[in-house]
Design a protein around this ligand. Sequence first.
Ligand code: GLN
Length: 286
Amino acid sequence: MITIKDILTQGTNRLKRLGSTETPYLDALLLMGHTLNMSKERLIAAMNDNIWEIDAIEFGKTIEQRIKGIPVAYIIHRKEFYGLDFYVDSRVLIPRPDTEVLVETALGLTGDTGDLDLLDLCTGSGCIGISILHELRHRKYRGTCRLSLADISDEALTVSALNARTILGSEPTLIRSDLFSSIPESYDLITTNPPYLTDAQSDHPQLRARREPDLALRSGSDGLDHIRKIITDAYAHLHTGGFLIIEGGFDQGPRIRDLLTAGGYTRVTIVQDLAGHDRVVYGMRA
Ligand code: GLN
């Protein structure tokens, strides 16, 4: 008799030996839950049940994918972000916990009333804009909040539209645009997690093995090609009193702050993520 636990232990041990993951047990648990279509809680309660051979084989295949470096989120097609469940696949970057501080910052700069036009630029999975709107609705925002999601990639927009439908139950405005080139309107809040890795960081083999879109990561020799352009172009797309909120690399905070200041923004502020790294920088159009 072979139990779920036996096969899970086998998978965990294979990941420990051959995978480059720091969380072999958790990865195996998520992959088993996916294979058996069970929540983590149900799975833990079912550990001593028998496993069907066909499920053991399927689970083995997911472990082999993980050993090749493919992230769990791409194998199970989901990633939790800001307490919400996002669909993901290799058309979009996988949401990072660090980015939750961008959502928090945006919510902190938002009141609870009035009309709010929000643009999430380089939206990818849509996680930033969708989480902000979801939270505003949850807080019973008194006013109308309009959400636009923009990305250069049609494929990414397909994923963000899907997430908006499932999580918000509504379709935001979707704009295919290379940064601001096809965006006509102005906004009260522009959030963005653009590509910000240096060429050298983007070429790192461990990152390449994750199969995330290069388009979402690489931004020139100092990693600031996109951010420089965004800071210049966003100004004309902000209402007076509107904020531009940018995620950048842990060592880019002071440079982004200086670019915002040089660009005429006021109230320029750097915000740290939970690990204490500079992660988000914002400024206001006065
Ligand atoms: N934080 C991401 C990483 O470290 C990069 C995200 C981005 O370039 N926008 O892989």
